[in-house]
Design a protein around this ligand. Structure first.
Ligand code: NAP
Length: 288
């Protein structure tokens, strides 16, 4: 898709939005937001920015008058001290994925939480389900708090034990080792790490023999949509949920924060489908 806004030209009134992260090459945010701006006749442009220093990234938002940004790996937690205000949900989660610049004051929000829970609830109930979250980063925190609110029982697995422990304590879940997954036999397993994300598409956070047919397996990585983890789960007969639905849900909520206008959700879904993913996994995923 060309990065041309609704007026077909960029002019001095064009509002700038963007993504701050590292890496950002996997992101599809520019596709859904630019297409939605076009559809809603909004003179705005959304661009990805790969940054190495979040403090400088935040200064750039103010200095350049960027109207709003998405925040991705690895800055969702470390961005918090640089914001002027944080909404209650994002504060509770301890992770921000959306920033709005209101006259030079920066407000932080989290749209990952509701985006993920909506996606999961399309396929499974959450109450009393034993749910293993792999990862303890920004997205994991959002999902864990959402599951806790829905009264699911949470198991946390994380590479860095201390981070996993902090999250498990906060949500009154249990920190387990990856090997414990076999004996704990969760109903649902969610990968919230970036393992398997483009370009490292042959990696998986969990080996096939940890999976069983009765499990629901969700991977929030959405590029590629058909991760190695989901391929393995599909082979085992698990019900699988890819990252697309969460991505569109969180992006739609973000668009509404950016513009105050209802997001064209179906269009956003379609643009991701038609432009990027023609994978056969679509036929096996029930959440999209
Ligand atoms: P983050 O805050 O940086 O957290 C990354 C997590 O992954 C941490 O728990 C980290 O463990 C773990 N991890 C990373 N590399 C690892 C490796 N090689 N081995 C083991 N663990 C590893 O990132 P995030 O913002 O939560 O995003 C994580 C992923 O979710 C990304 O792929 C992102 O694109 C995706 N995501 C998707 C959606 C969606 O809408 N579908 C929304 C948000 C995020 P340590 O604690 O040990 O570092």
């Amino acid at each position: 898709m060309n990065l041309i806004n609704n007026s077909k030209t960029i002019d001095s009134n064009t509002s700038l939005f963007g993504l701050l992260g590292n890496p950002v090459s996997h992101s599809l945010g520019h596709l859904i937001h630019n297409q939605a701006f076009f559809e809603k006749n909004i003179n705005a442009l959304y661009l990805p920015f790969k940054i190495t220093n979040i403090k400088k990234g935040i200064q750039a938002i103010k200095e350049l008058g960027i109207k709003g940004v998405s925040i991705t790996i690895p800055f969702k937690q470390s961005v918090i001290p640089y914001l002027d205000e944080i909404d209650d949900l994002a504060l509770k989660i301890g992770a921000v994925n959306t920033i709005i610049n209101k006259k030079g004051k920066l407000y932080g929000y989290n749209t990952d939480c509701n985006g993920a829970i909506k996606s999961l609830k399309k396929i499974s109930t959450i109450k009393d389900k034993k749910i293993c979250i792999i990862g303890a980063g920004g997205a994991a925190r959002a999902i864990a708090f959402g599951i806790k609110k829905e009264n699911g029982k949470i198991l946390i697995v994380n590479r860095t034990r201390e981070k996993g422990e902090i999250l498990a304590n906060q949500i009154k879940g249990e920190l387990i080792s990856i090997l414990d997954i076999k004996t704990k036999s969760p109903d649902i397993i969610i990968n919230t790490t970036s393992i398997g994300m483009t370009p490292d598409i042959y990696q998986t956070p969990l080996k096939k023999d940890f999976l069983s047919k009765k499990m629901v397996v969700m991977d929030i990585v959405y590029n590629p949509l058909h991760t190695r983890f989901l391929k393995n789960a599909a082979k085992k007969g698990c019900t699988i949920i890819n990252g697309l639905s969460m991505f569109v849900n969180q992006g739609a909520a973000q668009f509404e924060l950016f513009t105050g206008i209802k997001a064209p959700v179906d269009l956003m879904k379609k643009i991701v489908f038609t432009t990027v993913f023609k994978s056969r996994i679509m036929k096996t995923c029930k959440n999209v």
